[in-house]
Design a protein. Structure first.
Length: 485
């Protein structure tokens, strides 16, 4: 759409305040931080409550229907705020915005802005334009007469934009923040039959290694000790843009380059696809000491028939073999996964194969989802859709298996000293601190808040649910940690 000249806005007291709420995955969180950074760079103030904001943005997810409904419900409730404060700008960002576009305005007349997944960097311009228009029209009276009820007043931009993958590169850091996510690519070419991501995120597009290394180096210089590389299929990074070097894929080349950054202590990546784990990546897990001992490896189903219907391009046998390779490459590595139950056509026998495989592998944790039809995906049109009560029974049954294997994994750490990166106050118990082990397990412990951002040894005394509880021992020097790795 054509860009309009940005109005000159003068605020007598202060620049506008903005509120942003995120639904969905870590990539959505990262996109929100980019938007927040760009607004704050223009002088906008971030607030924690929508009632205090002049701009309210919901960054949305479309992977599951529940996420859609939560975002729509939230924006519906904000209609009352729009009536009370007609100057406020309301906007949808992200995946649902991309999928639904202008249709989001139909039943939510107070929505001013709809921005898709390739246009996050345009948000500050659009927000400034809308804030200016509303300031200029502040003399308009009752809510029902406001210009925002005219769809021509709203801005909708869901067009593709070349190079958009390079625009998610900046973020705000909290004081003593020790962990950060770095987006290395956008989009997906896999076209799993249950997934809407290729439609909402577009095809695979990767940033350059130089750009990514520069961003990570900047984060480390600001105190970050752990970085997680983000991509829809992260281990297929760069396969269309960059060449192999010998036997090393672009993703392994990137891992090596980031691994060399002085001051970086830990390196993670998510989420990979089983078909992207070749010998070079298995080797990298074995030899790159900064790579944390945790791999999230989506399974989705243990039935070959269902995997084929999902278009997952591997078998249960190949998945099991990959898990064995990963565990041989790195001692005590934690493996987590995603599983979908109730996919169209899933018989009780198919489900039992999934349950048996999950029991066999003994994951450290797993996200278990009931299949949720997404419009415009092949699976939504498949015959033999499974009834919700059946999905729920399978979901609860598989959770029992997962919870038991997670409990056993945590119990094995009781009495041991583990390396923990302290992330600050525990959200569930603010009187204590929390951090994560190299295997990505949450540890809660007592200590001074000055430990935030530090790596220390914690002796595990208790395992409870998915959390560990312990007592700090002594800070560990980098040299000692490197010797152990």
């Amino acid at each position: 759409m054509a860009q309009l000249a940005r109005p000159c806005i003068i605020f007598a007291l202060s620049m506008p305040k903005f509120f942003i709420k995120t639904y969905g995955c870590q990539m959505n969180e990262r996109d929100s931080e980019q938007v927040a950074h760009s607004l704050m760079a223009r002088g906008y103030e971030r607030v924690a409550k929508e009632a205090e904001a002049d701009v309210v943005l919901l960054n949305t997810c479309s992977v599951r229907d529940m996420a859609d409904q939560k975002a729509l419900g939230k924006m519906g409730m904000l209609g009352r705020l729009a009536k009370e404060q007609p100057h406020v700008v309301f906007g949808f960002l992200g995946c649902m915005a991309q999928a639904r576009g202008e249709s989001l305005l139909k039943n939510l007349p107070h929505v001013d802005l709809v921005v898709g997944t390739q246009k996050f960097h345009r948000v500050p311009d659009y927000v400034e334009e809308l804030v200016g228009k509303k300031a200029a029209r502040s003399e308009i009276g009752p809510y029902q007469k406001r210009a925002m009820d005219d769809l021509r007043f709203s801005i909708v931009d869901i067009a593709e934009e070349a190079g958009s993958q390079e625009t998610i590169r900046e973020q705000q850091l909290a004081p003593r923040q020790a962990t950060a996510f770095v987006s290395i690519m956008q989009g997906c070419n896999m076209h799993c039959t249950f997934c809407i991501v290729p439609q909402t995120r577009g095809g695979e597009r990767s940033r350059s290694i130089v750009e990514i290394v520069g961003e990570v180096r900047g984060l480390v210089s600001r105190g970050v000790k752990e970085v997680t590389l983000l991509g829809q299929i992260v281990n297929l990074y760069g396969r269309h843009e960059f060449s192999k070097r010998g036997s090393k894929s672009p993703f392994v080349q990137l891992l090596e380059a980031v691994h060399e950054i002085d001051g970086l202590e830990r390196l993670r990546f998510t989420s990979p696809h089983p078909i992207g784990f070749h010998d070079d990546l298995i080797d990298a897990l074995a030899r790159l000491s900064k790579l944390a001992e945790h791999v999230h490896l989506p399974l989705q189903s243990g039935s070959n028939r269902i995997l084929k219907a999902m278009h997952r391009a591997y078998t249960a046998e190949k998945y099991i073999d990959l898990v064995h390779q990963v565990r041989r490459a790195r001692k005590e590595i934690a493996i987590t996964t995603d599983v979908i139950v109730g996919f169209p056509g899933e018989t009780e026998s198919d489900y039992r194969r999934t349950r048996d495989l999950v029991e066999h592998i003994q994951f450290d944790n797993a996200f278990v989802f009931r299949y949720s039809p997404r419009r415009d995906t092949p699976a939504a049109e498949m015959q033999e859709q499974i009834e919700e009560p059946v999905k729920e029974v399978r979901n609860q049954d598989l959770l029992l298996v997962v919870n038991e294997s997670a409990r056993r994994a945590n119990e094995r750490l009781v009495g041991r000293d583990v390396e923990v990166l302290c992330e600050g106050r525990s959200k569930t118990n603010p009187a204590r601190l929390m951090g994560r082990t190299r295997t990505n397990k949450i540890v809660v412990f007592e200590g001074d808040e000055k430990l935030t951002g530090e790596i220390l040894e914690v002796r595990i005394q208790q395992a409870n649910g998915f959390s560990l509880y312990g007592t700090p021992v002594l800070p560990t020097s980098c040299a000692a940690r490197n010797d152990r790795a």
